[in-house]
Design a binder for this molecule. Structure first.
Ligand SMILES: [Mg+2]
Length: 177
C-alpha cells in the first residue's frame, strides 16, 4: 500500500485568493517546490483535496477550476512533482456533503483510487476543517497555523502545528524515519 500526503490547496500550496478563478493568479507559497521534492523522495504520493464552494455560488467556473489545476500540474512537472489527484468539493458549507471537508469523502475516495494506507498518511491544511477531515479519514494531521486562531476550534487538535511549508515537510520527514 502507498503512503500519501493530502494537501488542502488554498492557503496551503498556493496563496489563498478570494475565490481564485483564473490560472494566471496562481501564486505558490514559499518553499513549496523544494520541499515537495524532498517529500516525494521519501516515498509519499500527493493528492489535493479542496473545497470549492465558489462553484455553486457562481463565482468560480468549473472550466476555470480545471485550467487552474492543469497549470499547477504543469508547474509541478518542471520539478518532477506529480499530484495523483485534484479532488474538489463543489458544495456549499451548509450542505454537509460527504466530500466537503471536514467530511472525509475526498480522502476516502483517493485512498481507494490509489491504494493508500491512511494510517501512514497525512492531511495538511490551513484550517481546522482540513485537520478534522484528516482525523475522520484516519490520517495524521498538520495545521499550517498562519492565523493563530485555530486553537480555539471545536475540533480535535492536529498531530502538529507549523507556521510554514518547509516546517511542515520537516515534521513529516522526521516522523517517518
Ligand atoms: Mg485552505
Amino acid at each position: 500500500m502507498n503512503k500519501a500526503i493530502f494537501f488542502d490547496r488554498d492557503g496551503t500550496l498556493i496563496v489563498d485568493k478570494f475565490y481564485l478563478n483564473n490560472p494566471k493568479d496562481v501564486e505558490y507559497l514559499p518553499g513549496v517546490f523544494s520541499n515537495l521534492e524532498n517529500l516525494r523522495d521519501a516515498g509519499f504520493l500527493f493528492v489535493i483535496v479542496t473545497n470549492q464552494s465558489g462553484i455553486p455560488r457562481g463565482w468560480v467556473s468549473e472550466e476555470n477550476l480545471h485550467s487552474i489545476h492543469k497549470r499547477m500540474s504543469k508547474d509541478f512537472a518542471i520539478y518532477n512533482i506529480e499530484f495523483k489527484g485534484y479532488y474538489y468539493s463543489p458544495h456549499m458549507p451548509e450542505s454537509d456533503h460527504p466530500d466537503r471537508k471536514p467530511n472525509p469523502g475526498m480522502l476516502l475516495r483517493a485512498a481507494k483510487d490509489f491504494n493508500i494506507d491512511l494510517t501512514k498518511s497525512w492531511m495538511v491544511g490551513d484550517k481546522m476543517s482540513d485537520v478534522e477531515a484528516g482525523h475522520r479519514a484516519g490520517t495524521k494531521t498538520i495545521l499550517i497555523d498562519t492565523k493563530g486562531s485555530a486553537r480555539s476550534s471545536q475540533y480535535k487538535p492536529p498531530t502538529a502545528y507549523v507556521h510554514t511549508f518547509p516546517e511542515l515537510a520537516q515534521v513529516i520527514l522526521s516522523s517517518s524515519v
